[in-house]
Design a protein around this ligand. Structure first.
Ligand code: SF4
Length: 294
């Protein structure tokens, strides 16, 4: 794979349904996300005071730090999921967004293609998104070629991706904005990306990651949302992917944020299925709170 702005890296990314989130909650969550995060991975050691050193306040010491919450067994669960994903043969590995753009195109065009494939991937299987992207690329997939294409042709090319009629509209609107406001490139911030028609938070974080090599947050789709709730990687059950993202980012070490999406999407496609998860084949069966043990 040729990177858009950096050396190659390996993970693929999934195309899974985006949850519909109330606007007020999105706004609330985004506000929360923009607040500088408190230091994660606090050390869970109590501060001890030696005799003769005063009570701490005199020494300028702060209050003892409360231990950071983290889920039970999470590191072991993560290791075992990595083991189950070792063969990298899930649909996301072979047909995910990172496999959909033309790696020989100029960086700006590649970034546009990444964004387009993310927009197509919502509520659509990886196989369908990948085939639609291939057809689009055969017509020349650039900002200008899409602006010149009539809606009916665009619809015929991307059909049968989920909600293809809406996506025709969003792709045209977003592409026009990219042309007018960003010189044909895609924005460099999550805040600007989510302003584009048809672009949600998960897509924005993946676009930042894949197109700009910037880890802006955990890309939480329905697989990540479902599995992290099953494993109780969230303190309290969460209802929406955006809630899950905020809850995970509160404790999960930042150096794992990039890996989590591709790892869990593939795991969700092959083992921890939405309905009837294959717990009997899962290495986490003995330490998963949601395991079905028959
Ligand atoms: S034991 Fe079952 S529910 Fe738990 S992670 Fe594995 S497949 Fe998913």
């Amino acid at each position: 794979m040729v990177s858009l702005s950096r050396p190659p890296r390996s993970p693929g990314y999934g195309s899974t349904p985006a949850a519909v989130l109330p606007v007020a909650l999105v706004s609330q969550i985004h506000s929360a996300a923009s607040i500088p995060r408190r230091s994660r991975r606090r050390k869970s050691v109590a501060i001890a005071y030696e005799s003769g050193q005063g009570d701490g306040a005199e020494q300028g010491a702060s209050e003892p730090q409360r231990p950071c919450w983290e889920p039970r067994d999470w590191q072991q669960q993560l290791e075992r999921i990595r083991e189950m994903r070792r063969s990298r043969d899930a649909p996301v590995d072979e047909m995910g967004v990172e496999k959909c753009y033309d790696s020989s195109a100029p960086p700006q065009v590649m970034r546009y293609q990444v964004l387009l494939s993310l927009m197509l991937s919502s509520q659509t299987k990886d196989q369908v998104t990948s085939a639609a992207m291939l057809r689009l690329r055969q017509h020349g997939l650039t900002v200008d070629s899409i602006l010149q294409m009539d809606d009916a042709t665009l619809g015929q090319i991307i059909y049968p991706v989920g909600f293809w009629r809406n996506k025709v509209k969003y792709i045209k609107q977003t592409t026009a904005i990219l042309k007018e406001k960003y010189g044909g490139d895609i924005p460099r911030t999550v805040e600007e990306l989510v302003q584009l028609p048809g672009v949600g938070p998960k897509m924005a974080h993946l676009a930042m990651n894949i197109a700009w090599d910037s880890v802006s947050g955990i890309a939480v789709d329905t697989h990540v949302h479902r599995i992290t709730n099953r494993l109780k990687w969230v303190k309290k059950e969460t209802r929406y992917p955006e809630e899950t993202r905020v809850a995970l980012e509160d404790w999960l070490p930042r150096d794992l944020w990039r890996e989590i999406n591709w790892l869990f999407v593939g795991f969700g496609q092959q083992t921890c299925l939405p309905v009837n998860p294959r717990c009997n084949e899962c290495l986490n069966q003995d330490i998963c709170p949601a395991a079905k043990r028959h």
